[in-house]
Design a binder for this molecule. Structure first.
Ligand SMILES: [Zn+2]
Length: 255
């Protein structure tokens, strides 16, 4: 663990927006991502609650590390697709739903308002640097994770949450146009279920997206229940067909 990382980790603190903010109040917010047609869009029907569980033979830190790297790669990829629409002109601040704005804090506690693109660039560079730091994310045999590993992972996930929240808040329309909203929905659901399972994010940080989290999980579960019901009905039908067939065979033999 380098002191540099501790230094940087203190920078990101999500703050409620101040009164003189130029963006509209939450009630005027367009939340297209909550519309039923959008909620239904996803690329996987997997049982994410099972998927995120730590297999008994695996190390907890290894599980956290691989997921953190993977979530980072996917968030990076998705933001990369919409990034051309995220300019200092379109997004002069790092905004999120519920009238939230994230400020950059330096080590002296001074806060800075940066355009979303710059904030995200700083955040993603920090994560990239951290996950490739062998003292934090060891890859070689015999090396161990630092005792602060979970705390660092929590900070990374908080940053990734900010980026996802901004995509939903400011770029969902473009995500639909580009045909990646199903990917973003699935990525966000997977990310949130993982975080809920291991209690990595704090409720006060994620409450702005709770409406979406609940809607996405409900939609996934409804779909899964519907599939189970269809399979059950098909099995019943098959066994009824078998019974009829057996009966007919018996009757043919006896005639
Ligand atoms: Zn933006």
């Amino acid at each position: 663990m380098t002191t540099g990382i501790f230094f940087v980790l203190n920078f990101w603190k999500g703050k409620r927006k101040e009164k003189d903010s130029p963006t509209p109040p939450a009630s005027d917010e367009q939340r297209q991502y909550l519309e039923e047609d959008c909620i239904k869009e996803r690329i996987t029907e997997a049982d994410l609650f099972k998927l995120v569980c730590l297999p008994p033979s695996l190390d907890y830190n290894e599980w956290l590390a691989t997921h953190t790297i993977s979530f980072f790669d996917h968030v990076n990829l998705m933001y990369g697709v919409v990034s051309e629409y995220c300019t200092p002109e379109t997004c002069p601040a790092m905004t999120a739903p519920g009238n939230v704005q994230y400020f950059w804090h330096d080590d002296k506690g001074k806060k800075y308002k940066y355009p979303a693109s710059q904030y995200i660039d700083y955040v993603m560079s920090f994560i990239q640097k951290t996950i490739t730091d062998e003292t934090v994310f060891p890859t070689k045999f015999g090396e161990v994770f630092p005792s602060s590993f979970e705390t660092i992972v929590k900070k990374i996930h908080k940053c990734l949450f900010h980026v996802l929240a901004h995509i939903f808040h400011a770029h969902y329309k473009e995500a639909i146009q580009l045909g990646i909203h199903g990917h973003i929905n699935s990525l966000f659901t997977h990310f949130m279920v993982f975080n809920m399972n291991f209690e990595l994010l704090e409720e006060k940080d994620t409450d702005i997206m709770q409406d979406l989290v609940q809607a996405l999980i409900k939609s996934l579960q409804d779909h899964s229940n519907k599939l189970k019901q269809e399979i059950k009905e098909q099995n019943n039908k098959n066994s009824q067909d078998d019974n009829t067939e057996n009966k007919e065979n018996k009757e043919n033999r006896s005639s």
